[in-house]
Design a protein around this ligand. Structure first.
Ligand SMILES: [Zn+2]
Length: 63
């Protein structure tokens, strides 16, 4: 019986730590070449601006 692994189909947002499935959000490559996934353009934009997710209501790190 095959097991479906949700973990492999979801990625963790590099900004708000939310798990999002494939097809959501986007992946960008940092200056050092490491891929960083963001669940939304909002997260990507805030990460680029070096915002602290702890200061944002909608970003619950580790939640
Ligand atoms: Zn996010």
């Amino acid at each position: 019986m095959a097991r479906i692994s949700h973990a492999s189909a979801a990625r963790k947002c590099g900004f708000c730590s939310r798990l999002a499935g494939l097809g959501e959000g986007c992946t960008i490559f940092a200056k050092d070449g490491n891929p960083v996934y963001y669940c939304s353009r909002k997260c990507k934009r805030n990460a680029v601006m070096k915002r602290n997710p702890r200061k944002l209501k909608w970003a619950h790190a580790g939640g």
